[in-house]
Every structure is written in C-alpha cells, then in structure tokens.
Design a protein around this ligand. Structure first.
Ligand SMILES: NC(=O)C1=CN([C@@H]2O[C@H](COP(=O)(O)OP(=O)(O)OC[C@H]3O[C@@H](n4cnc5c(N)ncnc54)[C@H](OP(=O)(O)O)[C@@H]3O)[C@@H](O)[C@H]2O)C=CC1
Ligand SMILES: CC(C)(CO)C(=O)C(=O)O
Length: 322
C-alpha cells in the first residue's frame, strides 16, 4: 500500500524522523507552526549527522492548512505541551483507517491522541534516540530504540505497519503488546535525567558522577514503585540500564528539556515529573526526589523567571536562590 506519512513537529526529533523516512524512499511531509523552519526544509532539505557521517534528504514541508488529506500515518513529534494543538491542526487530514503515533515524552498522551478522530488508531511510542538541532543540522548520538504499542489488541496491525515503516528508515524498533511499562520506564528515565540536566544546565556526560547517579537511582526507584502500584510492570533494572547507556553513549546530548530551557521555552516538566507526582498521590506513594526536581525545574520556567525579574530580582540573584 502507498501510505502518506506526516511528521508533525519539525524540531530535533521530528526532523530526524522525517529525514530518515524520506531517505528510505517513503512519501513524507513535515508539518510545523514555525514557517521559517518549514521554508528552510523546503529550500535545503533536512541534514543530520549520525556516527560522524552527514546525511541529507528532502521531505516535503508545509503548514497543516496547506496540505490535502488523507494522511495514513501521523507521527507527532511536538513537545507534550503542544500535542493537543498539533492534533487539532491536522484533524481535517485524518481518514477512517489513519494511525496516529505520539513520540512525546511524558504520561497520559493516549486520551489526547484519541481526540484526532473517533476512527483513528492511536499508538503510543517512546524513544531514547537522541536528537539535537544545532545550526540547522540534527546531531544524533549513539544507538537508540523506539518502543511502540497500541492501547488494545485491535491495534496490532497498525503497530506492525508502523514498525515496518520505522525499521525501513533504519530505526531499532521494539513493538510492544502493552506499551505502558515502556512509557513508565521512559518517564522514570526522563524524570531523572532530563530534569537534572536542566537544573544543572549541563549535557548528559556531566551527570556521570556519584551525585548524578544517586539522584537517578532515587528517582528510578520512586517512579517504578508508582507504576507497579498502578499494576504496570515497569522494571527498575531497565530504567537503570537506560541511564547507564545514556551516560556512556550520549554524553554530548543536551536532553530535550534542557534544549527548551536554553531556548527560553516552557519545559515538559508537568507531563513528566508533574504527572508522576500526581499519579503517586493517587496510590499514596511519596516521591520526594521526583517532586523536588519538579519544583526546581518549575522555578527555572520562563513564567517564574519573568515574575522574579518584574519583582526587581536580577537573574544572578534568582539563580542563587534556586
Ligand atoms: N530531542 C530528543 O533527543 C528527544 C525528544 N523526545 C521527545 O520528543 C518530543 C519532541 O522533542 P524535540 O524534537 O526535542 O522538540 P523541538 O522543540 O525541537 O521540536 C518540536 C517542534 O514542534 C513544533 N510545534 C509546536 N507546536 C506545534 C503545532 N501545534 N503543530 C506543529 N508543530 C508544532 C515546534 O515549533 P516551535 O519551536 O515554533 O514551537 C518545534 O519545531 C518531545 O516530547 C521530547 O521530549 C524524545 C526523545 C528524544
Ligand atoms: C534522548 C533522551 C533519551 C535523553 O534524555 C531524551 O529522552 C530527551 O532528550 O528528551
């Protein structure tokens, strides 16, 4: 079948996906609200560097309103905060048998995905493929995996099709019957690593020391115990292995939350640590380290910083108070 694929969110991760899918010979369009980014992709294509080798591909690029439907497979690669708006913007492109996949970090995206259309098959994916968009080129470090699954058994065909598409684009994909353990394992990883890197203002490699590892271990234990109390079989050993892998193979990567902080954008802290703290409350589990990281990142959010500045506190003072 000749599927039409759209990647919504042409940032770091979405550009890597669109570039690799286009290079694999499939028809793919990148959609974004950033018109300057779209025209850059239109004019120059997408460039990315993996294992030191630069690659290039030319997917189509357009804003949602300038595309004709239907789209068979939607890959949402916006930040969790932008997912509802991104879904609303492409509703007119959905068909009865479309598949919508979210790659956003964080929890609770299934309900949001279902708002695309009643007939669309929602799939949940998480990945530790790393992508940094620096001066127009995507840098990806080390190996990464995509874990993907549906909300029930009726999604199996859609999971198989998406797996084939992504493997053809040279991604390592592990299809899941139940994606919830992978989603919680990834949330545990991000709650630990992304938040700490953001607070420290440092890439992953700087966190590979006894202090960093103490925080990662504590957060991983807290989050896994919440998942387990909810009946989700997330594994501590898996989270700690992923942390080890990131520390050893993705040392230069600035986690997406830190990239947001660098750019002065709001972060995904509420979809990750915030959502975990909320779910922990439902099962009466205390998650003090995850909560502390959430609060530290909140203090650094642009809205909080703006309040501090309007109260006459200079940036130096504000960070000393953190
Ligand atoms: N980067 C990475 O290494 C990894 C990222 N992730 C997750 O993947 C997701 C994407 O991350 P990343 O690529 O880093 O994020 P980026 O911010 O680099 O990319 C997101 C893109 O989506 C665009 N966007 C915002 N709103 C909309 C909308 N309504 N419709 C279409 N596009 C929109 C943004 O435009 P604008 O900038 O103008 O807002 C931006 O170009 C996040 O959830 C992240 O946590 C997961 C694993 C690795
Ligand atoms: C690449 C990875 C796994 C590293 O933190 C990530 O999830 C992110 O940057 O958001």
């Amino acid at each position: 079948m000749h599927e039409r694929i759209a990647v919504i969110g042409a940032g770091a991760l979405g550009s890597l996906f669109a570039g690799r899918i286009a290079a694999s010979g499939r028809e793919v369009v990148t959609i974004d609200i950033d018109l300057a980014r779209l025209s850059e992709i239109e004019r120059h294509g997408i460039r990315w560097r993996e294992n030191g080798i630069e690659r290039h591909a030319r997917p189509k690029a357009a804003s949602a309103r300038n595309i004709d439907g239907p789209i068979n497979i939607f890959l949402f690669t916006t930040k969790a905060t932008a997912l509802p708006a991104a879904i609303r913007s492409v509703k007119h492109l959905a068909a009865d048998d479309s598949t919508a996949i979210s790659f956003s970090n964080g929890l609770r995206h299934e309900t949001t995905l279902m708002s695309l259309s009643g007939d669309t098959t929602p799939l949940l994916a998480v990945t530790d493929v790393s992508a940094d968009l620096v001066a127009g080129i995507i840098e990806t470090h080390g190996r990464g995996t995509i874990w993907i699954g549906g909300v029930d058994a009726s999604s199996r065909r859609a999971v198989a099709t998406a797996t084939e598409l992504l493997r053809h684009a040279r991604f390592t994909v592990e299809p899941q019957d139940d994606p919830r353990p992978s989603i919680w394992e990834k949330a545990a990883f991000n709650a630990a690593l992304n938040a700490t890197a953001t607070i420290a203002g440092k890439p992953v490699g700087f966190l590979d020391n006894a202090s960093g590892r103490w925080i990662f271990d504590a957060v991983a234990r807290e989050v896994v115990s919440v998942a387990n109390a909810l009946g989700i079989n997330a594994r501590l050993s898996t989270v700690l292995e992923r942390v080890d892998h990131a520390l050893s193979a993705q040392g230069d990567h600035r986690p997406s939350m830190l990239q947001d902080r660098d750019a002065g954008r709001p972060t995904e802290i509420e979809a990750i640590n915030g959502a975990i703290v909320e779910m922990a409350g439902k099962v009466n589990i205390d998650v003090p380290v995850t909560r502390t990281l959430a609060n530290l990142v909140r203090i650094l959010e642009p809205t909080q910083q703006a309040r501090g500045l309007s109260a006459g506190i200079c940036e130096g003072d504000a960070s000393i108070r953190v």
